[in-house]
Design a protein around this ligand. Sequence first.
Ligand code: COI
Length: 432
Amino acid sequence: MSSSANACFRAHRPVLSFVWTPHRHASTSSAPKVMHFYQNKQLELYASKSAHRLTLRQLVFFGRSMNAERIIKSANYVRTELPVRIAHRLRDLQALPFVVVTQEEVAKVYELYWSAFEKLRRFPPIATLDENDRFCEFVSSLLDEHATVIPALSLGLSLSSPHLPPEKLDAFMRRMLVSRISRRVLAQHHIALSASLRNGENSRSSGHVGIIHTHLDVRESIEKCVELLTAAPPRVFSPEADGEELAGKLNCPRVIVDGHAGTKFAYIQEHFEYIMFELLKNAMQHRTASTTPLVRATIAAGKDDIQVRISDEGGGLTHSTVKAPSDLFSFSHVRNTTRMENERIGALRTVSASPRGMRATVDEQVTEWKSTDPGKTADMIAHQRIGIGLPMSYIFATYFGGSLELVSLDGWGTDVYLRLPKLGTRLEEIEV
Ligand code: COI
């Protein structure tokens, strides 16, 4: 364990020992005991509250006409809601086996959340626009500090995979990641609404309410991802050629976009494009040595849902290491052996150690790929190998009640079906 992680466990050991091993870690001085008892009481207090879940429609309606009174209301909602959501996940972390929570990367995440919880719960109520500006700066700094959480958790839990049954590991990761997405949505939405109010922007002309794109063009987003993937094709390994890398030996697949091509709906662009990028990347990687297949993205706008089917001709999942297609969404090595592969663990270490963490948006990836900075390119290549694109896409898809399914047409190709509710009336699927 690194010295900083050790320091974290020294600082919070009584908090942890309150839950696990009070006899072994009992403090000799009474002052720290009282202090940590108090801190744990605070955590209990917040964890006993339920999260106040929202729908996408509520986020849009509340944000549509902003004024000073409404933005201050929004600020105080975020200020009181974030520590409740974090407290639930701190309790989850405390409930992990000791061998898992003391794993260096998991300890790093625990420490980040504990510190954010303490800072947020102590942040004074916001009454003026200036106070809101300071609150936005503070929340932005938290968002930056937490940039490495996903690779750190993924690495920590991959290395701890032998100590947790797969269903426990996947349920834990799902709670952690959905909750993280939800907190970042609340924080980023409030920051964006505050900026629009400050700059006098009108949501009708900008097409955005906070971080929600009110007329997201499905085809445009897909084409942006295809452009990026064609400019920087993903690495391809052929199962038929014993894993030999085929990049450079094959033409890039042609991607056809068809169906209801004019479809627009209100959604978080960043989430939609993350999913599309990952699904198209996989489809373009599924290739056999003998063919230059086609990838087809079909858009369907139903009454309640938007659906996108991505079909490839890469031979299906017959060569895959998993038993069932849904195992590809798993973080456990029992369900998906690639979780423990050295190359993936190495790439995760690189991304987890980089203060920039993971780039969140396809737009950022486009900018970075076009830049000539070799450091950024190295980060990007590491990102391609960390192997969390599919489970993360599943989590993004289901956050507001959508679904993601994979079907293998053995010997022919793979179909992936994404369904997202288009009315925005589904509550966030976070566990509270
Ligand atoms: C995270 O990114 O993990 C967060 O919880 C962000 C939040 C503290 C604003």
